[in-house]
Design a protein around this ligand. Structure first.
Ligand SMILES: *[C@@H]1O[C@H](CO)[C@@H](O)[C@H](O)[C@H]1NC(C)=O
Ligand SMILES: *[C@@H]1O[C@H](CO)[C@@H](O)[C@H](O)[C@H]1NC(C)=O
Length: 287
């Protein structure tokens, strides 16, 4: 059984970033297809369809699941799983998995196996089992441009601190941050916690060594990924999404409300001063 199934038999497809209109959790990261195709209207296709339906349904109540659809003959068995990013709500998870499933169909028509990674979720199916199999091969790597030289040592220091936090945090989904450097890590749910740790240590090590002083870095391995980004680095990469930005947004909203209230108070104060001035003028004229 090949342990690194993706690089061996999958064509990787990288599409340019989708328009800014697509919400970030649905944004496409990568996809791949097996070269083998199934026969249309075959038992395999009907098994695949029921697998895909199961994936989409399951994503309404669980952030990870795997399914094996048995056929009447061994060559019709299809295996599949999905993993939502740990911070997604169930409705968002379901929406993301439904998008990813749709994308496998359009990227990989009639392929026996396919995998699609969106920002918020991962979906994979194949006729060879890969469930519970660790896979640390690099599927996609992206490094940002180097940060400004005068900021480099600070950013690299913060990045290393943040990554140490990711390494130390248990669980399949981890977030970390240090100053303007943010990061996250996610394993696919079929890994044990020990295998997840093992996979993430490889991903994080590679990020450090291969993305050097980059403003951001993404390291997607077969069963886990780690990413980091430094805000204010001018990377212009709005495809980077971190759960922390939820907080940033609400604090921005808070600031806006605050500004509006200050504006109103200032307006009222001006009005009072104006009225007092008018009264003085009227008083003076009355004398
Ligand atoms: C998957 O399907 C292809 C094409 O039908 C076939 O050649 C291959 O042997 C199958 N693999 C497994 C593990 O059944
Ligand atoms: C697949 O799903 C079954 C049933 O939900 C579960 O018992 C099993 O542990 C899962 N296997 C893997 C490899 O995640």
């Amino acid at each position: 059984m090949p342990t690194s199934l993706l690089p061996l038999s999958f064509f990787l497809i990288f599409l340019p970033f989708q328009t800014a209109l697509s919400s970030s959790t649905d944004a496409f990261v990568f996809g791949g297809c097996t070269q083998q195709k199934y026969t249309p209207d075959s038992p395999y296709q009907s098994n695949l369809n029921s697998l895909l339906t199961s994936l989409v349904n399951s994503a309404t109540y669980s952030s990870y699941n795997n399914f094996t659809i048995m056929g009447s003959s061994p060559q019709d068995v299809v295996y599949g799983l999905y993993q939502c990013r740990g911070d997604l709500s169930m409705p968002d998870c379901a929406t993301c998995v439904a998008r990813a499933v749709t994308q496998t169909g359009s990227l990989c028509p009639s392929a026996c196996g396919a995998a699609v990674q969106l920002q918020g979720c991962y979906v994979k199916y194949d006729n060879a089992t890969f469930l519970g199999v660790e896979d640390k091969s690099v599927v996609m790597k992206k490094c940002g441009p180097s940060v400004e030289y005068d900021k480099e040592s600070e950013i690299v220091g913060r990045r290393d601190a943040m990554m140490a936090g990711l390494m130390g945090g248990g669980g399949l989904f981890r977030v970390g941050g240090s100053g303007e450097v943010q990061g996250l890590a996610q394993c696919v749910g079929d890994l044990s916690l020990g295998e997840c740790q093992d996979c993430l240590s490889v991903a994080i090590q590679r990020l450090k060594s291969e993305c050097g002083a980059g403003a951001y870095g993404d390291m997607y391995l077969g069963k886990c990924y780690a990413r980091f980004s430094s805000s204010g680095s001018g990377s212009g990469d709005n495809n980077h999404y971190y759960p922390k930005s939820h907080n940033d947004k609400s604090s921005n909203d808070g600031e806006k409300t605050f500004a509006i209230i200050i504006g109103l108070l200032a307006g009222i104060a001006l009005l009072i001063i104006f009225l007092a001035f008018l009264r003085k003028v009227v008083d003076r004229n009355g004398k």
